[in-house]
Design a protein around this ligand. Sequence first.
Ligand SMILES: [Zn+2]
Length: 342
Amino acid sequence: MPVKDALSAAVKQGMLTLGQYRRTLARTTLPGVAVLGYHGLRADDLPADSMAFENLHVRASTFDAHCRVVRECCDPITLDDWRLAAAGRRPLPPRPVLITFDDGYRSVARIGAPILAAHQLAAVVFVCSDPILRRRLLWFDAVAARDGEAAVERWKACDYDSWSAGCADSTPVDDDDPRAPMTVDEVIALSKSGRVEIGGHTSRHPILARASRARQREEIAGNCEAVRQWTGRPVRAFAYPAPPPAFKMHIDGGPGKVNSTSSNKAKFRFHVTYNPRGHVPRSVQSSLRYKCKLDGKRYRKCSSPKKYRHLSKGRHKFRVKAVYSINHHDASDPAKYRWKIH
Ligand SMILES: [Zn+2]
């Protein structure tokens, strides 16, 4: 875990302990439903750095603290509450919070369900049926274990058929592995608990946007049918596995109009747009960070405008990229600006 992430995690933990979140939340009316999107959970005694995408697996004690805040300071709702509100039949409470889990990790049944029950909270769990049925790792966990997390991003950019042939089938996993998917029995038990609604999340977690219509239908219908058979209920909610947002970086100005200047100073303004329509949703905007570098140096955190002074004569190259901090990976190509000081 990079130092920055460790620090922000420590600050958040501190805020939870000190009650900062509580005080802020108690004064706030939410503008809509706050959907808390979890993935897996992790035992407190699981050593750090022992699994890929660790940040997507929240520690049990942290999740418990989140649940306490939701219970004490917010108005936890179910998907049915939301449906009634959407149909105009019952208004939402002032601070509506919906707890969700993507992917169908076993840790949600083993660690999460008892915590939810202790706080009398409901949740929606969106499951991928193929790993559950075949006792396999989710494909991205298998790829990350074998080739590293960055390799997952490369596969996400591939078309469906290459992905399907290359890594969709994944590898077998032990039920005790912290990355294991739920068992069918656990899906059934969660559904029967009355506290958890089971939703669909495709059979094998492809990037649906990269698949043909026929393949999309296969992945969605197969998944929903499996869940219906297990739970005896139709699937009424679906979480769409999407590619990470595609950003485009723009540099709005540079040191010289003709890219040649006698000044040894430089100032760059930059911003990001969200493909394809240039609109960056607020939820994404708030988690965007920027990194830039000059010439052969390393990328460093930065903000717009970025200024340089005392630059040497000769050619220079400035690069800036956006970092989408939720998934901790770079989601855009850097924008470049080249110029010469004479
Ligand atoms: Zn997912």
